[in-house]
Design a protein around this ligand. Sequence first.
Ligand code: ADP
Ligand code: MG
Length: 258
Amino acid sequence: MASKIFCTANQKGGVGKTTTTVNLAAGLAQIGQRVLVVDLDPQGNATMGSGIDKRKLEMTVYDVLLESASVAEARTRAEKAGYDVLGANRELAGAEVELVELERREARLKAALAQADDDYDFVLIDCPPSLSMLTLNGLCSAHGVIVPMQCEYFALEGLTDLVNTIKQIHANLNRDLEIIGLLRVMFDPRITLQQQVSDQLKSHFGNKVFDTVIPRNVRLAEAPSYGLPGVVFDPSSKGALAFVDFAKEMVQRIGTMR
Ligand code: ADP
Ligand code: MG
């Protein structure tokens, strides 16, 4: 079976992209899905947060983008997390400049992933907080975008830019691309403004808003320092349980996506 490819994207930093990527991956793995995480952020947080030391990687997504390695050659197994990782480290920052010179520069990742299509049910791409050539490679590879967002006033403004970018990519570069859903993260129901923004999101975007809500939960924030996704670090925590629910919701959604 072919894999379904999703990008976690939002041009804002610190909104929960990486936390979403690694915990969704671990949640999917827990329910029996074969998962590859692609770290497209030179910070390498998804790599480290999966328990892989970015400084010790022999090959990374950088080598794949520059076509000096295949996905099968460059991936690493995140044993405890239960999925594979195409890792990243600072070297990836250079790819931005190097890719500009090359042909099909926005479609490099897509071509590489096509060769690993039978190996995974899900490929989750963690994007950097910008609309760079790296993010463009992510968006050109994907069937859908998962947009994690905090229910704050300015969140809606930032969303307009992202929605427009995705529309343009859909029109010009990737006919498959759609926003599969907005994921409310770091949610605190005691804060009235968050409830209000959440309601607004629902009324504007309807079923594009995932049913699952990820609560603010300190265990999710602590997990990366142990090199584990929260889902594995403390499976009974509220945050972990929410991400396993989210994994189930994703499996259901893609069943109805076609
Ligand atoms: P991004 O990848 O968008 O920059 P991160 O996933 O790294 O964002 O999250 C930013 C910070 O917020 C991190 O310190 C992370 O541990 C923390 N965080 C993310 N989601 C939650 C949550 N649901 N509850 C508590 N802390 C969270
Ligand atoms: Mg990140």
